[in-house]
Design a protein around this ligand. Structure first.
Ligand SMILES: [Zn+2]
Length: 71
């Protein structure tokens, strides 16, 4: 088992990762766009924007500042 330290983005995010999936549609486009900007690609449960960033063990919204997973 390999223990990743500082579990952040990096492995899954990067250039050259272009997949054409027409069924997924605009939602995947938004997720991909968000990830291209360094976000996780998940919608904020509070303000619905795709600006969640990795914040330790949870996600934090870059727009409204709310966190997920670590209440
Ligand atoms: Zn938010």
């Amino acid at each position: 088992m390999v223990q990743h330290q500082g579990e952040g983005y990096g492995a899954a995010v990067g250039p050259g990762h272009h997949r054409h999936d027409h069924r997924a549609g605009q939602r995947m486009d938004k997720i991909r766009e968000a990830r291209a900007k360094g976000y996780e690609g998940d919608p904020c449960p509070k303000c619905q924007t795709m600006t969640l960033v990795r914040n330790g063990t949870c996600l934090k919204c870059g727009t409204c500042g709310s966190t997920t997973g670590c209440s």
